[in-house]
Design a protein around this ligand. Structure first.
Ligand code: SF4
Ligand code: SF4
Ligand code: SF4
Length: 274
């Protein structure tokens, strides 16, 4: 029993270590609650996956995504989007969005790759309900530059607020969170229908991928293929939402830094080769 659930227990233990460390070092019990909640949500999703529950990932995605969007974003008024990260970085405090980015999007991906994108992001939480779970066409080339524009725009926006000595930036950050999310959802849904691909926004527009992609290149947690078992049926490639070539074990494999660890390929494999 314990062996079967070793993975979710280990994941909960990792989050709990972060929770207790931040609680004791920052002297703020919020961190104990926050990371314990997220750790429990992730562990629950992994445990459900082990039990064969088809909605395991969605459970975690909704538990974490709604918590961050509604509780942290709307109720606590913390801007957890990239503008919030720049804001806290410029103010020089290691709080809220800076901790969130450090754990989930900058250093965390060295361990769990783009698990954030598969299990926690509140933008993808909505996009994943749209009809095109598997892209209906090949990946578009030549659009990757858009993410650098949105990344630079977010940095320029917050820099301009500081350079102009605008008052009450904290309040502006709250409204930036509202407007930013509305814009992300609108663009994400429009692109999903235009490209017949739920994750088009993730692939071409999301500025956070500027952090996520290079860091996840070195991720410890990766999908790899046991080529002795594989019969080259191609079912795994057909269900991947991110166009990853998971049959190639090299880190430089096609769209390797796009893997969101959704496990659709693993579920689809008839030979348990992944
Ligand atoms: S790429 Fe961006 S929008 Fe997509 S899941 Fe990741 S963080 Fe969310
Ligand atoms: S289907 Fe497999 S390779 Fe594709 S994103 Fe999901 S886990 Fe990664
Ligand atoms: S689904 Fe499994 S057996 Fe088929 S190609 Fe993929 S890894 Fe190989």
């Amino acid at each position: 029993m314990i062996k079967k659930y070793a993975m979710p227990l280990a994941m909960f233990a990792i989050f709990e270590t972060v929770a207790i460390t931040l609680w004791l070092t920052k002297g703020n019990p919020f961190y104990l609650f926050n990371f314990s909640y997220i750790g429990a949500s992730v562990a629950l999703g992994v445990a459900l996956f082990i039990q064969g529950n088809k909605n395991a990932r969605r459970v975690t995605q909704l538990l974490v995504g709604l918590y961050m969007l509604v509780y942290l974003g709307l109720i606590c008024q913390e801007n957890m989007q990239i503008e919030g990260f720049w804001y806290y970085l410029f103010t020089g405090v290691f709080e809220a969005a800076t901790i969130h980015y450090a754990v989930a999007k900058i250093f965390g991906p060295l361990v769990f790759g783009r698990g954030w994108c598969g299990y926690a992001c509140w933008t993808a939480m909505v996009l994943d309900f749209l009809p095109y779970k598997v892209p209906q066409g090949p990946r578009r080339t030549g659009l990757g530059w858009i993410r650098y524009v949105t990344f630079a725009a977010s940095l320029a926006f917050v820099s301009a607020l500081f350079l102009a000595h605008v008052g009450n930036i904290e309040r502006i950050m709250f409204w930036a969170f509202i407007v930013g999310n509305v814009a992300y959802y609108a663009a994400g849904i429009a692109l999903a229908y235009a490209f017949k691909d739920n994750r088009a926004f993730c692939k071409y527009v999301c500025p956070i991928t500027v952090f996520l992609k290079p860091m996840s290149y070195f991720a410890l947690t990766r999908i790899t293929c046991d080529h002795d078992k594989c019969i080259q049926c191609g079912k795994c490639r057909r269900v991947c939402p991110m166009n990853v070539d998971m049959l190639d074990d090299a880190r430089s494999r096609e769209n390797g830094t796009e893997c969101i660890l959704c496990m659709e390929c693993v579920k689809a494999c008839p030979k348990k080769a992944l």
